[in-house]
Every structure is written in structure tokens, then in C-alpha cells.
Design a protein around this ligand. Structure first.
Ligand SMILES: Cc1cc2nc3c(=O)[nH]c(=O)nc-3n(C[C@H](O)[C@H](O)[C@H](O)COP(=O)(O)O)c2cc1C
Length: 195
């Protein structure tokens, strides 16, 4: 478990020509749907996009790696070969929407872990342009909340302990290796005397 969790990183450069078929994407969504959800509401639905034509149309709406200010996102040939659009079905809400966002965190992590096991890398993209929805005839009760980009990874991503707990910015070195600082276990623990 530790090994697969550590390996399940965010990837942003892919072997674009390596397609991901619909059956595989269904398998990943099958993992997403098994996650826990507040009140067991399971309000999320998923739309698959894996044709090169539609992938190309989605790409311009996505925001990549905010900390890498001099990088505009993956170049042609390194773009995702599939997307899963995470849609909140408002008719399935059993409580506040904030609860549903937790559920999506659980579901998307299941999905990405399952993807990594199949050597597929992914990137959750919350920073998409809202106009993206204009590409689809989305019914009123479905709201796009997250895009998951997927593909065969074409970059090395390593996690390392934060050198400075105030600086969590990921960075790329001169060899193109992507470094992700993670806070130390110690800094994630709160120790306090009980009253
Ligand atoms: C809810 C959520 C939204 C995210 N949105 C974006 C995004 O819009 N663009 C992007 O490049 N990465 C996005 N990421 C990826 C994070 O930047 C990434 O998880 C973080 O840098 C840590 O890297 P790691 O996933 O390898 O641990 C998002 C991650 C999460 C969980």
C-alpha cells in the first residue's frame, strides 16, 4: 500500500499517442464509485473522453501546474490521451455540496491509485476554464467540478521532504525531473495535553 501510494503522483507529461481504451476507463470509474461518501449519497457521475479529436478540444481549457510559471503545460505529443470529467449530479445530493467535494476526493484517489497500478498516470485539474462546459450539452442538474487527465507518464516525479515547511511549491530540475515537497510526518502531528 505504501509503495503504490508513494508512486501515485501527479503527472503532467504523457506519451500522447498511447491510447487508453474505454474498457480501462470504465474499470477506473468502477474503483471511484466504491469509495466512501457522506450519507452514502454517491452523487458523482463521470464522463469519458478518449478520442484524440475531443481530447484536443478539451486541452485549451485546462490550467497546468500553477507553480511552474514559465511552463505553459504539456506540448503536443505529451498531452493526455484521455480525460474523465467529474460531474456532480445535484439531484443525488443528500446534504451540503461541501460534503460531496469530500466524496470526490475519496473517489478520485481510488481512481488514480487504480490507474497507477495499470501504469497510467493522472492529474486532477480543478483549474479549468468554466467555458469548458460549453463544449457539451450538459443537463442542468450536472455540474462539472473536476477534470482528471490521464495518460502514460512521460516524466519522472519524485517526492521529497520539505526543506522549508513554509515552501510547498513543486519544482522541476535541469533534467526535467519534477520534485514534490511533502511535509514531514512530524510536522503533520499535533501533540497536545488533554484538558
Ligand atoms: C483537488 C485538486 C485539484 C488540482 N488541480 C490542479 C490543476 O488545476 N492543475 C494542475 O496542474 N494540478 C492540479 N492538481 C495537482 C496538484 O498540484 C498535486 O496534487 C500536488 O502538486 C501534489 O503532487 P502529487 O499529487 O504528486 O502529490 C490538483 C490536485 C487536487 C487534489
Amino acid at each position: 500500500m505504501q509503495e503504490i501510494i508513494a508512486r501515485t503522483r501527479t503527472f503532467r507529461r504523457f506519451v500522447e499517442k498511447e491510447a487508453i481504451n474505454t474498457a480501462t476507463l470504465h474499470e477506473l470509474i468502477d474503483l471511484a464509485r466504491l469509495g466512501g461518501s457522506a450519507r452514502n449519497g454517491q452523487p458523482w457521475q463521470y464522463m469519458i473522453v478518449n478520442s484524440p479529436k475531443y481530447c484536443e478540444r478539451i486541452f485549451p481549457y485546462l490550467g497546468w501546474a500553477g507553480y511552474l510559471t514559465d511552463w505553459k503545460g504539456p506540448i503536443e505529443g505529451e498531452r493526455p490521451s484521455a480525460y474523465i470529467l467529474c460531474l456532480l449530479n445535484k439531484n443525488r445530493l443528500k446534504g451540503p455540496e461541501s460534503e460531496a467535494q469530500f466524496d470526490l476526493g475519496v473517489a478520485s484517489q481510488n481512481l488514480l491509485l487504480g490507474a497507477m497500478e495499470k501504469r497510467i498516470g493522472g492529474c486532477r485539474i480543478g483549474a479549468f476554464n468554466a467555458q469548458l462546459t460549453s463544449l457539451f450539452k450538459l443537463p442542468e442538474h450536472l455540474r462539472l467540478s473536476l477534470v482528471i487527465a490521464l495518460g502514460k507518464p512521460r516524466e519522472t516525479v519524485i517526492i521529497e521532504e520539505c526543506k522549508d515547511e513554509d515552501d510547498v511549491r513543486y519544482w522541476r530540475d535541469e533534467h526535467g525531473v519534477h520534485h514534490v515537497p511533502k511535509r514531514s510526518l512530524k510536522s503533520c502531528l499535533v501533540e497536545m495535553e488533554l484538558r
